[in-house]
Design a binder for this molecule. Structure first.
Ligand code: CDP
Ligand code: MG
Length: 699
């Protein structure tokens, strides 16, 4: 190991907040979380050992006396699981009010809610519940602690703009700066002015606490004596929970790493061979590279058993079935070593006990949007130094640990960005604009954002929404289309496709397609089974493309009596299909509620293509006439794109297509592609596309 690895000089731990400025309350202390798993300790004892417990009184006092409290503390100090319980114990849930705790990630919502229910000894879905898109595990009048994604809370504002049923809203993981968190913070600031009794808690693992505090600073009315005897203080309070982890020794790669998946696998095996017991957490980027690493490690365990016996290899990413999630959280059996291969969800959102070694690839999947080409895609991109430090910290929870960074120290010091860019500054703003419009916020450019999105991105979004018929000439939501689109909790392009399908008479089919598109993938894939799974896919392949292929799979699944064996035989992911059924039912309910007509077009796939075009015309592409390798150009920005190998149209290369999304690796790939008739583009969006020559479209 010493040949490859070079110990680093940086110490990751340190005080989280050291800013102590006027008007800001700063408390500190020091605490070492006790070592090892608390096998014998009662739940109550475990709770009291968490660093946050020492601050219980201080937190409750600050929340009582301040409109906004900012709480910063290391991952694992107990912010998410404990603070909502303290609030409940202190009476904030009395009189039918609720306490909300938001998370940017769905998986984290489920995991923390079930943990808190367990700690409180109640059944999940009763006093403690959670809501994520398409899944509501709460009970009216019973649930008092509600965990939810920040996106779901934004949706709730459409029915209850002032969020009147909540007494306290804890916006957790604020450092992630997800797009929904930022919108939520902007809106909550507005709500606070109308509801002085509402309390906000903003919590995070690392935050520029001062800038958040500045954001929530409320302007005082002149000459008004401040809070003599009523109302909370308007100055936000800042509390730092000092729960230092143990030291973590950092090792860097001596040379730049070519293949981080392979390097992560070899490093894990070296750790297993040479280091004492302790679980390993590996940070990769997404389901594809995680599955590949799991496979490589599992193969290794099978072929060279003696070096790798005692390894339990587990993936962790969103969309993982519940049973697999539970394995990740359960302690390793004696003498075994757990290896969890995760996306950046384990960076701060979830705490895994027992981790002693961290392997950091230095990458994560990030969303990037280019307003010039109007292209948004998920890219594997370098993480920031702040993220790298967080990842390292995960190794020091139970005892001193080690972190292996799959990049050089020189790279870390001189090339890694210091902080990440807030998601709102690298996203397409279409969904965001429609949500704000639906909440009656007209001056979107003048909205008070924690970080402002670019004006170009805003203008692009307004343009697309206008073309979709969602906004009118005055940039107001159209009736009924605009309001209907806003009601459907999906990307506005998908929502528009559903609304068009109701008019065209193919809503049953389009709702199925929308449900399939909302799950990650319905196919089982992986190394070694590629050939069989490709063959299986061909059995369903439709000439029109992936969307119609999904309909064939759904039909087959339905005819088999929703059988898991059928799925297994056809390389279809049974869990994903169950989710499709669920989402489909929910979408049908929403469709009925907003007055859409549910109807099947039987076998008239022309209608299906028309409906897809009505929503996704902006993603139309044309095959380059002289291209031999299947190069397409987007009609709008003339960007080079290719059909993804997972598509049934891969190598078929029809002349005109529309894609659902883009992924970028060595090239830009279109995922989920359908052939179209270009004249439909003009019908769908005449103002967006103009016919120049008889068969040539220009933007
Ligand atoms: O939010 P924060 O990172 O500060 O900590 P937390 O999520 O409240 O976790 C506090 C402790 O609860 C962790 O250290 C874990 O020991 C435990 N926990 C757990 O065992 N299982 C979970 N699903 C969540 C938390
Ligand atoms: Mg947390």
């Amino acid at each position: 190991m010493s040949q490859f690895w070079k110990p680093g000089t940086e110490r990751p731990q340190g005080r989280v907040v050291d800013d102590e400025e006027g008007g800001v309350l700063f408390l500190s202390g020091s605490h070492h979380s006790s070592s090892s798993r608390h096998g014998y300790a009662s739940m109550e004892k475990q709770r009291q050992r968490l660093p946050v417990f020492k601050y219980r009184t201080a937190i409750l006092y600050l929340v009582e006396t301040h409109a906004t409290t900012i709480i910063v503390g290391e991952t694992g100090s107990g912010k998410t699981t404990q603070i909502p319980q303290y609030l409940k114990e202190a009476g904030w849930a009395a009189g039918g009010r609720l306490i909300a705790c938001t998370q940017p990630r769905r998986l984290a919502v489920q995991a923390v809610a079930s943990r808190v229910a367990e700690e409180m000894g109640v059944k999940l879905g009763e006093e403690v519940g959670y809501t994520i898109r398409f899944e509501d595990v709460t009970k009216p009048d019973v649930t008092v602690l509600k965990f939810l994604t920040d996106g779901v809370l934004l949706r709730e504002m459409m029915d209850d703009p002032l969020l009147t049923k909540y007494s306290v809203i804890m916006v957790d993981e604020a450092h992630e700066r997800s797009i929904s968190t930022d919108i939520l913070l902007g809106l909550l600031k507005k709500i606070q002015r109308r509801r002085p009794e509402l309390r906000l808690i903003i919590s995070s693992a690392t935050i520029e606490a001062k800038s958040m505090s500045d954001f929530f600073q409320m302007r005082k009315k002149r000459r008004e004596p401040e809070n003599k005897d009523h109302g909370p203080q308007v100055e936000p309070a800042i509390l730092s929970v000092e729960g230092r982890g143990f030291n973590v020794q950092i090792n860097y790669a001596e040379e730049p790493v070519q293949d981080y998946v392979q390097a992560a696998v070899s490093t894990t095996l070296l750790i297993h061979q040479r280091e004492p017991v302790g679980d390993v957490l590996v940070f990769l980027t997404g389901q594809d590279d995680i599955d590949a690493a799991v496979q490589l490690l599992t193969d290794e365990v099978q072929t060279t058993g003696k070096h790798s016996s005692g390894l339990i290899v587990l993936p962790l990413y969103s969309g993982l079935p519940r049973a697999d999630q539970e394995l990740v959280f359960s302690p390793s059996p004696r003498g075994k070593r757990k290896v969890v291969i995760s996306t950046n969800i384990a960076e701060t959102s979830l705490t895994l006990e027992g981790i002693v070694y961290v392997v950091d690839s230095g990458f994560s999947k990030q969303r990037f949007y280019n307003p010039i080409s109007d292209i948004e895609n998920l890219v594997v991109a370098p993480i920031s130094r702040a993220s790298a430090r967080q990842r390292t910290g995960r190794a020091g929870r139970v005892r001193p640990g080690k972190c292996y960074r799959l990049y050089t120290e020189e790279y870390f010091l001189n090339h890694m960005p210091n902080e990440g860019i807030p998601e709102i500054q690298r996203s397409n703003m279409v969904s965001c604009v429609i949500q704000l419009k639906a909440l009656g916020i007209d001056n979107i450019l003048g909205f008070d954002w924690p970080a402002s999105p670019s004006a170009e991105a805003m203008i692009r979004a307004l343009e697309v929404l206008y073309s979709l018929g969602v906004l009118d000439d005055d940039a107001k939501l159209t009736s009924p289309t605009g309001f209907q689109v806003a009601e459907i909790p999906l990307d506005p392009m998908v929502s528009k496709m559903i609304i068009a399908s109701s008019q065209l008479g193919c809503s049953e089919e389009i709702i199925t397609i929308a449900a399939v598109l909302s799950v990650q993938s319905i196919w089982i894939s992986g190394r070694g089974i590629q050939k069989e799974s490709d063959e299986a896919k061909l059995r369903f392949a439709a000439a029109e493309g992936d969307h119609v292929t999904f309909l064939n799979v759904y039909k087959g699944f339905h005819q088999s009596g929703k059988s898991s064996q059928w799925c297994h035989k056809n390389f279809v992911n049974y869990q994903a299909m169950r989710k499709v059924l669920e989402v489909r039912e929910q979408l049908k309910r929403i469709a009925k509620r907003i007055g859409l007509v549910l109807k099947s077009c039987e076998s008239d796939m022309e209608l299906v293509r028309k409906a897809v075009t009505a929503g996704f015309f902006a993603n139309a592409c044309h095959l380059e006439a002289y291209s031999h390798d299947g190069m397409y150009k987007t009609l709008r920005g003339s960007q080079e794109v290719y059909i993804h190998p997972s598509s049934v149209l891969f190598r078929v290369n029809p002349k005109w297509v529309i894609y659902y999304s883009l992924v970028s690796t060595d090239r830009q790939y279109m995922r989920n592609v359908i052939t179209i008739d270009p004249s439909c583009l003009l019908d769908a969006a005449p103002h967006f596309y103009k016919m120049q020559q008889s068969n040539h479209l220009l933007y």
